[in-house]
Design a protein around this ligand. Structure first.
Ligand SMILES: *Cc1c(COP(=O)(O)O)cnc(C)c1O
Length: 368
């Protein structure tokens, strides 16, 4: 097996692996309902949320699709700051729900500026929501969550936060910030396998969703469908469809480990790994695309060096050393590479192996 340093999915710890090797269980009845509820509670702990949390079968995009489509009525405006691949994807998702995206563009690799959003909200009439990416995984930028949410709320505008690559890696504080909608997944900073989108919805979000008007969300991705089953079928099957039970068990196991580890220690493990990898790469002559306050501890984006194509290094690491790193996407293809600091990639063994392999590659090229 290759060791993964990509930005998700991640190499999971052995307790999670062990659960994945066990027999499949039913998705209804007392045992699974207890497991589902415990997993919801553990997720609330990580998100700092006390409202509703749904574990939806699907990728992160399913949760984002559900929030945009369930909140907004057809044709409504949603402000989206775009500064990378995933914020650009939000625009596509909004269009898919028949919404009118209002795009505020930022340079890829730069943080979203709350002040520009404030000006846009002041001048653009009829914006019904602000949807944005917290950690823009394509650039490694961690956008200023508190300030962006604060600006939206100054105008009474609800927020949809794509925290797919941040929640579990840095604090998101749903209750403290009054975040109406927040989406994450099992397979990034929560260190479980892919298969579940996690959606947090607060009280104000429900008040807004309960306002009438035409919406384009289908049935499965309508959050009201999920609320309906959570109440009507509460005792035996509190969700509308079959869930990937093995993934729920794996996520539950991973969240229990995070709880034992302590959330602060969990965050610190990511930050320590990021710091060590960055120091090691800088010492070998690489420079980071993002420095300082906006550099997300979950992912490092590193400039390619002019002496060789970055794809050559990635191929060497993958095929000669069994280590997978991520490349740049979109306009950053060939210009950067990215290293994820989640799961086993945060262990000393993985970090040492990665840095040694990069050093060997540079030696081979006569550069170290
Ligand atoms: C990974 C990621 C997504 C998409 O997740 P899928 O599970 O592939 O749908 C969305 N937003 C961000 C910021 C991500 O990092």
């Amino acid at each position: 097996m290759k060791k993964m340093f990509i930005v998700g999915p991640v190499d999971v710890f052995d307790d999670v692996l062990a659960v994945m090797g066990e027999q499949v269980i039913a998705h209804y009845g007392d045992d699974f309902v207890r497991l589902y509820r415990e997993t919801q509670d553990l997720t609330r702990m990580v998100l700092g949320a006390s409202g509703d949390v749904f574990l939806m079968a699907g990728p992160g995009t399913a949760g984002l699709d559900a929030c945009l489509g369930s909140l907004l009525q057809t044709g409504e405006k949603v402000l989206i700051p775009v500064s990378g691949f995933f914020s650009d994807r939000l625009v596509a998702v909004a269009k898919g729900s028949g919404l009118e995206p209002v795009v505020e563009e930022f340079e890829w690799g730069a943080p979203v500026e709350p002040e520009r959003l404030r000006r846009r909200l002041a001048s653009e009439k009829g914006v019904a929501a602000l949807a944005f990416v917290h950690h823009e995984t394509s650039t490694g930028v961690l956008n200023p969550l508190d300030e962006i949410v604060g600006v939206a709320h100054e105008f009474g505008v609800p927020v949809i936060v794509d925290a797919v690559a941040s929640a579990g890696g840095v604090p998101v504080d749903v209750d403290r910030l009054g975040i109406e909608f927040l989406v994450t997944v099992a397979n990034k900073a929560l260190e479980a396998p892919p298969g579940l989108s996690i959606v947090s919805v607060n009280k104000r979000a429900w008040e807004l969703m309960d306002k009438g008007g035409p919406r384009n969300h289908g049935w499965y991705l309508d959050l009201r469908t999920w609320r309906d089953y959570a109440t009507r079928w509460a005792d035996w099957h509190p969700f509308p469809v079959t869930l990937p039970t093995s993934v729920v068990r794996a996520l539950h196991t991973s969240l229990l480990r995070i709880q034992r580890e302590g959330l602060d220690h969990h965050f610190a493990r990511f930050a320590r790994a990021a710091e060590q990898v960055r120091q090691g790469l800088r010492a070998m002559g690489f420079s980071m695309m993002v420095e300082g306050r906006y550099a997300c501890p979950v992912v490092s984006a590193v400039w390619a060096r002019p002496e060789f194509p970055v794809a050559e290094m990635a191929a060497y690491l993958e095929h000669e050393r069994g280590l997978m790193i991520a490349g740049g996407i979109g306009p950053l293809k060939g210009k950067i590479f990215r290293i994820g600091h989640m799961g086993k990639a945060t262990t000393q063994e993985y970090i040492d192996e990665l840095l040694a392999a990069v050093r060997d590659f540079l030696r081979m090229k006569g550069l170290a």
